[in-house]
Design a protein around this ligand. Sequence first.
Ligand code: ADP
Ligand code: ZN
Length: 733
Amino acid sequence: MSGILVVAIDAPLRRLFDYRAPPQTVLESLRPGVRVWVPFGRRRVVGVVVETRGSSDVPESKLKTAVAVIDDEPVFDAPLLELLRWAADYYRHPPGEVIAAALPAPLRTGDSMLETSERWTLSAAARTGILAALPTRANRLREMAQFLEARDDADAAGLATVSPRWRDHVRELEKRGWVTKFRMAEAPSPRPDVRASQGLEPTPDQRSAIEAIAGAQGRHVSFLLHGVTGSGKTEVYLRAIEEVVARGEQALVLVPEIALTPQLVSRFAARFDAPLAVLHSSLTDQERLRAWRAARSGASPVVIGTRSAIFAPLARPGLIVVDEEHDASYKQQEGFRYSARDLALARAQRLSIPVVLGSATPSLESLERARSGKATLLSLPNRTAGASQPALHLVDLRRHAATQGIATPTVLTIKRHLDAGGQVLLYLNRRGYAPSLFCPSCGWAAPCPRCDARLTVHQREHRLHCHHGGTEQRVPEACPTCGEVVKPVGQGTERIEETLARLFPDVPLARIDRDAVRRRGALEAALDRVTSGEVRLLVGTQMLTKGHHFPDVSLVVVLNADQGLFGTDFRASERLAQSIVQVAGRAGRAERPGEVLIQTEYPEHPLLAQLVTAGYDAFASAALAERELAKWPPFARIAVLRAEAAQREAPTAFLDRAREIAETIATSRVEILGPASAPMERRAGHYRAQLLLHAATHSPLQRLFARWLPAVEELPEARKVRWSLDVDPLELF
Ligand code: ADP
Ligand code: ZN
């Protein structure tokens, strides 16, 4: 027997597969991480070798032989492969799918890992004198052949120096069997000679942060860079990265959403005189492959990307940065449900390099890590360049008259800022015109036929949309139950835009939300109009809260702080505080002092009162104390087993059985809660329920999963539902 390859295959199975190595393979030279072609069912697929062994437990008669080895060297180095295997285990996800998630699509179908180029060489026969056989008048062919005779081989650029019609001549020689074409991997690019351009003179706080990070070179230290909005965190990353790059190492920078922060990428590009590798979801497959290669070869000293960039291969890793580490987009919410922020910590630890998590509103998990000494806290408590923190004020919606959701004192304040030459940003996390269509005479409210939710009115399109399941309808002429006139109730960004246009008819206005910037490039165009100062009034959703630097914005209005005050999720208040502080942070970033108005019907709510009078840190301390009492993360670990089905009873029936099995396994160290139905039980025609698993630490959960999930997979009830396990869930439903 020639030896066994243990192969990860992109299939929804929580296991690896054994194959006999292809004939003539030298097992010792085959390193884990190389790709192989293997037979799988009736297909031939690409797998990744994770181990080699002398023998297999699979009976000889069932063991198949791998077809061919694809790579000379591994696509993942050992630490990255180890991280992927660990992640598959931690998140209990099929290892082949985890490994596939880390590979650009063309590599999953067998493309070359290295950049290759076409080359041509003279055949052996031609070299031994057949040149003479060329017709005497074929001067061009003769020149071509002589050129190739003088060298081993040549590429397109070389041949083009012989003749502009070289392709025709070479094709002619190929036809006669005198020239053969082959593909060769390009030599790895030399280390770029990177000169960083001069940055700003750091403030003393920035300087201590930069020095602390530099001092951790080659060791694993995790830092929490907690700096208020506009405190110059990006400048700290840039400086720390300059030092890494100057040593010839690479930095990996994770950002929440590249489309939302074009400014950040251009700041990096302007600072480093070397190609950045940028990885995000709207690249073509070939663009992603090119960036992946540049990261792997080390040609790009700085690799910037969204969530999945945490799996980018790095030739000489020196530092990992996670910007806006509290951002929910770091958690993948379907399929392989990993947290890129948590994997950044795990990866940096394996590589013995420092990792910096930065935020103005750190997650409670990260704050607790800093408090307990697992992370080193670096603080930037002040804004740079003389800008001051904006003042926050609550506007009591019960006491003041309002025009379509904008209270009178708010209107007056907006006017004051516009008159003084400031820009005004209004934030409402609800797109569309109105969140429901209502019949005042019978109480009917347009329901979604497929979700337990109401439909949102989109006035401009004259349609009703469901924001949960994607259903769309025409707006009915009249109430379908009583025939009376129906009307939109409540406000979305589209309606606020309409109201503002009426209140301030002469002021240039823009709306930024998913509907308004659907076209490619529309977001960048809108952001440019804001930055250039053309737009004076800006209304938008969550998209506006992230990272933007609009120097002229002097007033920020949070139109409705109450959507989140009474959420059922234990993280609702943390999320609300983060989005309020982040959007407030768009105000007063330059010379103009900033002001923030927060509209609410609950001005006495402790969370709002605390944010306004004491700020995010005070909120976070109180919230951490509550979590500790209630034993929620970060003071405990949780996981949820979710199920959904078109049949109402199926999810609960499955979860009941799953729970029974877990109870026969679980020690008293794992608490099992539920099954419980989702607060919105039906979504897109599916009923949803879940089981919550709770333990003091991760290891009892991990022990339970190892025995429990194989049994759960085998349940007959499992075939009637779609189920998934979410480890460290960010949202409970
Ligand atoms: P953050 O990332 O914390 O929101 P930024 O890095 O975007 O903050 O900095 C906010 C503003 O302050 C930017 O315009 C930046 O150019 C400026 N800035 C940062 N550091 C300094 C410094 N040391 N001196 C002067 N201006 C600075
Ligand atoms: Zn729906």
